[in-house]
Every structure is written in structure tokens, then in C-alpha cells.
Design a protein around this ligand. Sequence first.
Ligand code: ADP
Ligand code: MG
Length: 322
Amino acid sequence: MNEFNFINSYLNNHQSVQHPEVVLGIGDDAAIVRPRLGYDWCFSTDMLIANRHFFAHEHPANIAHKILAVNLSDMAAMGATPRWILLSAALPELNLSWLDELTQTLFHLAQQHQVMLIGGDTTRGSLAFNITIAGELPANQALRRNQAKPDDDIWVSGQIGLAAAALQHHFKQIMLPDAILQTCENALLRPQPRVALGQALLPFAHAAIDISDGLLQDISHILDASCVGAVLHYENIPTLPYLKQLLPEAVLQKMVLAGGDDYELLFTAPKAHRHDIIEAAQRTNTPVSRIGTIHSQSNKCLCLDAQQQPILLTQKGYDHFA
Ligand code: ADP
Ligand code: MG
């Protein structure tokens, strides 16, 4: 098998999603997509490197899920409908059964979200992937980071800190019992991008971001861009209840507030839309929690514990170059 067999037999022939606006998909020097009137396209790209973003020995199905899920999550955070992806892969070898597992899961998740693979690049190298994703949005409707307003509620989807707990278990910082480990590992390896929620929030939310590097760090991007501040109530930030029983409070606080890899949505919306948000969450089967309020004091973020005391952390999240 060579590069071209791989492209033809594993990529081109396995995909079931076809979109009418794709004039030309895999096979030429470039793909062609025809824009629809009244829509914006939004683009994002995420690179995942073996042993940095995933373990090289991880099951290929989990790798495939994660490389696409993190890109879908970026579309979710814009409120966009994901439509097309480009996949670049650096592979140490063409291992057929490994590639079979990888592409099956990739196309399965792609099918779930109706995204079409329209091109990419394949090269020999140490294991790494890059997916570029493009989505569609009604013109000028995107959920941008710079739109948070004073008095907005701050919301978060799902439960936070589970992926970080799985990682800490792996690095032997904590010990999770099997059943809990499974739940946390599932959050780390198979994050569920909140695509439907993102789209349902379009009419109601002001600003949104997906939590990839740590809740405090990611909310600070919204605060910076919007020139506002925030008060968060730690007790209202949902996590796995069992972790509260198991872990010392300070350890759990760090995981929830600075852990990262959650791929949940953090968004702000006017108080007047509380009911709409809850309805949107129910409609899309996504749990959401109200965790704080935006205020006008630029860039200040205060996180209060149950006794209304500020929680002070030295690190707000993950930084590749810190
Ligand atoms: P070029 O030499 O012009 O870059 P390639 O030989 O790299 O073309 O790719 C041939 C076709 O296969 C192109 O349409 C490209 O988009 C597609 N392709 C290559 N690798 C991938 C991949 N990993 N995923 C999807 N499409 C791919
Ligand atoms: Mg190429």
C-alpha cells in the first residue's frame, strides 16, 4: 500500500457525507466549495501531536475521535454548523488495521455531524494530525469572544474537571477507582462537542468559547476581548459529584478551574434569556449550569468559594510555552 492507495481506499471511498455545495472534493490539487448567499463561513484548525495531545499508544479510534471532536468544538463555540474538513496526517508507517480503525471512527463522527472530508495531505513522519474545519453561519450571527456585556449570566455546559482527573490519574497524582476512572477517561478520550447547543444559542447568547485549556484561562479570553470582568461561584460549577468526596478541595479546585481538555461551552447571555437558554439546552439534550455574572470591571475575574472567599490559583490553565 502506498500514499495514493491510502487516500483512495481509506479516505475517498469510505465517506458517506456528500454536500451539494462541494463542487469538487478529494482528488484534484484543491477542493472547490460554492458559497451560499446570506451565510458566513468560519474556519478553524487544530493540530494534535502524539504524546503532547494524545498518547501515541492510544487506541486509533480514540485518536480519531479526539482530532475531529476538538475541531467540531471550535465550530460549536462559534455557533456554526460544521460542513467540511481537511485532514493532514503525518504517519510513521501505513499500518492497515490501525488506519482502518482510525478512519472508521473518524467517518462515524463525521457522519454524526454531517461534515464532509474534502481534502488533506498525507506524509511520512512522527505521528501528528491536523484538521482544518469550516462551518456555516447566518451572516453576522457568530458567537464571538468580544460580545460579553455587564450583567450577563455566565453559563457552562456539562461537567468540568473530569478530563483533568483522568490525566492526573494517569500521571499517578491521584488514584481513581475503576468505575470513576472510566467516566473520567471517557471525558478525556471521547469529548462530546456541543455543536447542537452552540447553534441553539445563536439567538440568545452574547459570547462563547470552548473550554480547552482551563476554565479560568478560557474565560479570561472572553473578558479580555469584551473589556469586562466576572464573578464566578465555584459551588455552581458542575463536576462529577464523586470527585468532591474523593479529592481534597484544593486539588479538585485546580482541576475544575484550570484543568482543561473539557471541550464544554462557556457562554454569556442576558438574564432576560434565562428561560430561552434552559429551553435550548433541553432541546439539544445538553446540561447547562449558571456559574456567575459579568460585570464592567475590565479583565478582573473573581472566583468565590461556598464561604464567599476568593479562590486564588497560581495557574489558570495550560500554556504550551509556559
Ligand atoms: P498534491 O500533491 O497536489 O498536494 P496530494 O497527492 O497530496 O496532492 O493529494 C491528492 C488528493 O488527495 C488531494 O485532493 C488531497 O486533498 C487528497 N488528500 C491527501 N491526503 C489526504 C488526507 N489525509 N485526507 C483527505 N484527503 C487527502
Ligand atoms: Mg499534498
